[in-house]
Design a protein around this ligand. Structure first.
Ligand code: HEC
Ligand code: HEC
Length: 314
């Protein structure tokens, strides 16, 4: 009896082994196409990107021996293909400059929020993990890209005036409601800020604030799943610079809300999404699928309940 079981186990093991050997002959074709437009970034930026991103986002992929073993190699090949088509630092300079700026802004956000490099990759390639110093290098680089704006006294005064109007609540005094039922909440000006003002995007300044429920959740470290009733708002102004290079918020552009209600907004991943534009607070809901646009960009952080911002310790 014992002998029989042993024999059977041996047979299963040899079958598996044979299968494993056979699939080694099914190897994906991973090639490095020529580099046609290498990113022209400062050396320290390049080092960070090479270390953490180039294996999937360039034509200079370096495979380790374990990347070449099936079935791991199949996953690796898929990541490289999808990665290169999303961002390719070897063809970067072929993109228009404006697009480079936009993409790099997204890159920095993905790097800071820990979405990239992919977790399944850093598990096998721990050296590719980004340190805080690495993140700071990327962030610094992108803030240098943001043009501080030319100094123009008349425009600056006008924008200051517009900022004052926003502060005073001049403009639309009704409460607009977006088509998915998310209402503009004028109280957000009194909410607590949950992130430092990161002025590293293209000429805009933004602040992220949360209502009392959200603030309580942060204090209790209960933000893996933000409790129902949490509301986060992202406010965005034009960024102004004076002659000395100091920056200020100018014209109010928009406010975006994420309202947590896991039942009411089950169809949009537990959050109600809305954007109100300009001082007239026009809901940006012309396109019926507007919420899906918000979600598709926030989906990479779905494990953080779709929230990018790491709230500062309150
Ligand atoms: C193991 C492979 C891998 C590594 C390493 C990696 N990425 Fe990615 N990245 C991907 C894949 C795959 C996608 C496409 C995801 C999709 O389309 O759903 C992607 C998408 C992205 C996107 C989204 C682009 C878009 O237009 O949607 C950005 C930005 C990005 N990666 C930045 C980075 C940065 C920055 C690094 C290094 C810090 C990095 N990635 C490292 C595999 C990787
Ligand atoms: C192009 C990608 C993109 C799209 C589209 C997008 N967001 Fe965001 N959103 C971000 C990023 C990145 C952040 C992180 C904060 C920052 O750096 O601006 C963010 C932050 C936020 C925040 C603050 C909470 C957090 O996640 O950090 C709210 C609220 C928000 N977005 C609402 C919306 C709404 C509502 C829409 C659709 C009308 C939307 N967003 C569309 C990328 C996007």
């Amino acid at each position: 009896m014992k002998f029989l079981i042993k024999k059977r186990m041996l047979r299963v093991i040899s079958f598996l082994l044979l299968g494993f050997i056979i699939i080694q002959f099914i190897q994906p074709h991973i090639e490095n196409p020529p580099v046609t437009g290498d990113i022209a970034a400062p050396l320290e930026v390049k080092i960070v990107l090479k270390k953490a991103c180039f294996d999937c986002h360039s034509n200079e992929t370096q495979l380790r021996w374990f990347d070449r073993i099936s079935p791991v190699s199949w996953i690796v090949a898929k990541d490289i293909e999808a990665g290169r088509s999303a961002v390719n630092f070897s063809e970067w300079n072929n993109l228009p400059v404006a697009q480079q700026k936009d993409k790099f802004w997204q890159i920095v956000n993905f790097a800071i929020s820990g979405v990239m490099p992919l977790k399944q990759y850093t598990r096998m390639h721990p050296a590719a993990k980004l340190s805080e110093g690495d993140q700071a290098i990327l962030k610094n680089y992108v803030s240098g890209m943001a043009s501080p704006g030319t100094y123009d006294t008349s425009k600056t005064m006008e924008a200051f005036e517009q900022f004052n109007q926003w502060q005073k609540g001049v403009g639309n005094t009704s409460i607009p409601v977006a088509s998915n039922g998310v209402a503009y909440d004028p109280d957000y000006k009194n909410w607590q800020s949950i992130s430092t003002t990161d002025a590293f995007s293209n000429g805009t300044m933004r602040v992220i604030v949360g209502n009392a429920v959200a603030i309580k959740a942060i204090k209790e470290n209960n933000i893996r799943h933000w409790p129902d009733g949490s509301v986060l708002a992202k406010i965005q102004w034009d960024q102004l610079a004076d002659k000395e290079g100091n920056i200020y918020p100018g014209k109010f552009n928009q406010v975006e809300f994420m309202v947590k209600d896991s039942r009411k907004y089950a169809a949009t991943e537990g959050w109600g999404w809305a954007r109100f534009k300009t001082i007239d607070l026009v809901p940006d809901d012309k396109d019926a699928r507007f919420a899906s646009k918000c979600i598709s960009c926030h989906r990479p952080v779905k494990d953080l309940d779709h929230v990018f911002t790491f709230p500062v310790k309150l």
